[in-house]
Design a protein around this ligand. Structure first.
Ligand code: PCA
Length: 322
């Protein structure tokens, strides 16, 4: 009896001693490389938390999917294999339709509208993540998604039969509706996929084109600005709950700052990177009215399909956005 008491007292003391002395080391896998804005913001977020907790919470950012492969990041956070992580919202589109708000063509095509769409979608996204054991911390938007091809594109027919890169369930569907063949390719594999003919076209940001030196393997950028997708940073719910109030607040404050920095800086990045594409010899063109009309028709189809998947959840997002 006495021994048992002593042992548990020592155990308690041990726990207290470790939590007082040892800093918590957390791991944060992110999908994209260091040159990307979301990764830069993730590093600033981690530094801010380390500084404001006087080193008590030390988050290591593992960029470029170096610790966990991109499609596996949500599960790694959910199961507590890592404490937090970053993910492209669209890749969770098959988990629940609320995540598809992020890849719907022509729903929100300016940064102001994308911010409004996010304000409308956020409660639904938060609810769904919470059900999956994750707490939402912040998002970072990408520049608007535009069309990269080898030949000029004036109408949809010019793309017919091409192999189109897809990076989410919604973009696979989009490729189908464009009469192209969707092929899933991760960002680091884009240059090789183009040069070996695995893909002939893609829709992504000027930033991803610049990072992958798109001028080495294609000539045309048609600035359709079809949607503005986002990455989201999530923390394991239990890991977050275990922290004291003060630390939790430090994380939430750093998250709010990361999010507002993201919305501010992506506007600058978008303009700079579009300029860089042109400077390197890519033909940057405004889309023809015909192409835009055709793409918008596809956007309307995708909104209808999306609504049909989950009328209540999706309806809530659409009505509060509109
Ligand atoms: N770049 C990432 C996501 C959106 C973007 O602009 C990609 O192409 O996978």
């Amino acid at each position: 009896m006495k021994m048992k008491k002593l042992a548990s007292a020592m155990l308690l003391l041990g726990t207290l001693a470790t939590s007082a002395v040892q800093a918590d080391k957390w791991h944060m896998p992110t999908p994209y490389a260091d040159a990307n804005l979301p990764t830069q913001i993730a590093r600033e977020f981690a530094e801010e938390i380390k500084a404001n907790t006087a080193g008590e919470l030390d988050i290591t950012v593992h960029s470029g999917a170096s610790l966990v492969k991109h499609p596996e990041i949500p599960r790694a956070v959910k199961t507590g294999q890592v404490q937090l992580g970053e993910v492209f919202i669209g890749i969770m589109g098959n988990t629940h339709p609320v995540f598809k708000h992020d890849n719907i063509p022509f729903l929100a095509t300016t940064f102001d509208d994308a911010e409004k769409l996010w304000a409308a979608a956020r409660p639904e996204v938060e609810k769904q993540l919470d059900k999956d054991g994750m707490t939402l911390l912040y998002t970072v938007a990408w520049p608007a998604q535009s069309l990269y091809t080898k030949a000029p594109v004036n109408r949809l027919e010019d793309l017919s039969g091409l192999k189109m890169r897809a990076y989410s369930p919604s973009t696979s569907r989009l490729a189908d509706l464009m009469h192209t063949t969707p092929t899933t390719v991760q960002v680091p594999d884009i240059p090789q996929a183009f040069s070996t003919g695995i893909i002939d076209a893609m829709i992504t940001s000027p930033s991803t084109g610049v990072n992958g030196q798109a001028w080495d393997y294609l000539e045309h950028f048609t600035d359709v600005r079809a949607w503005i997708p986002k990455n989201v940073v999530v923390v394991n719910k239990r890991a977050f709950k275990r922290l004291d109030d003060k630390t939790r607040q430090i994380i939430l404050d750093a998250a709010a700052k990361a999010e507002s920095e993201g919305w501010k800086r992506v506007r600058v990045t978008a303009a700079e990177d579009t300029k860089t594409l042109a400077e390197n010899g890519i033909q940057v063109a405004e889309p023809s009215a015909e192409l835009m009309a055709e793409l918008q028709t596809i956007g309307d189809i995708m909104i209808d399909e999306w609504k049909a998947e989950s009328p209540d959840d999706v309806g809530a997002i659409l009505s509060s956005y509109r």
